[in-house]
Design a protein around this ligand. Sequence first.
Ligand code: ADP
Length: 325
Amino acid sequence: MSAKILVSGVKPSGRPHIGNYFGAMKQFMELQHSYESYVFIADMHALTNVQNPRQLAENTLDVAIDYLAIGLDPKKVTLFKQSDVPLVAELGWIFNCITTMPYLERAHAYKDARAKNKEINVGIFDYPMLMAADILLYDADIVPTGADQKQHIEFTRDTAEKFNRLFGETFRLPEPSIPESVGTIPGTDGRKMSKSYNNTIGLFAPDDEIAKAVMSIPTDSKGVDEPKDPDKDNVFALHKFFTEGPEFAELRDRYQAGGIGYKESKELLIRNMSKFITPLREKRESIAKNKSDVLKVLEEGAVAAREKANLKMDDVRAKVGFKLT
Ligand code: ADP
């Protein structure tokens, strides 16, 4: 039996942060050994809010370097940029034609943007359909992603079912792979960590940036000696990812008993976070020196991804009536 297929991606709309890593990227890395993997840089999605060509190109190359730095092996994973397979827009269009406006109006991301009175371009509104195309074009079995994307995977499954009902069995229904223990990682202001909120801690941040970000996390006003509820503290929420074994258990006890202040907790977090990030940052710096190697990985990935996508679109075109025989 051939290996199951994994598909996922990250938007090049800014620097990846620790939320992206623990929610999604870490899974790409761990699962690359057991799945046929297609991991892309979602530059077409990023265009909904990055409309500066130099910035978009720079961010895209940066994410490619990031993928390599966290340990994705181009011999195991097809790494490519979304726009190198323009067929995805064709499939997205087909999905647009079988999806209703009220259905897309239910998307959380769209509702949030409306509630904030943001100007919403058609790309943002239509984002779930392009995402469905991203996933279904490669016959994904699983889509590793953070908890915030759960609804979009449901939209993808609904779209696949609808197409299959209308035109005959064509698409496999993908399963989300959401690490339950991770949940949604909070940013430095306590909201979801997100590139859109300016509350991130970069996955490759230098030490001074880590320290500044951690020190800015808001806490309540409890004094050093007062008992604290670790599960209600944003600093502790991040310790879960960077502080291990007995040190973590001891920290939890000290929170509950009283005797540790938020300043000490933050200092400990800065130390442990830096221990985790420093080797990643150093590896990234060395990969970034060979830009042509990175471009070559993307070119080879694009060829492999297009080959797979072409096969699928052949079938889709025949099913909808685009093929004349
Ligand atoms: P952002 O919200 O920062 O723009 P993306 O939309 O590029 O992030 O998301 C890339 C991946 O990272 C997605 O799978 C998403 O679910 C995951 N992710 C993003 N933010 C978080 C977070 N705060 N906690 C856990 N996972 C996250």
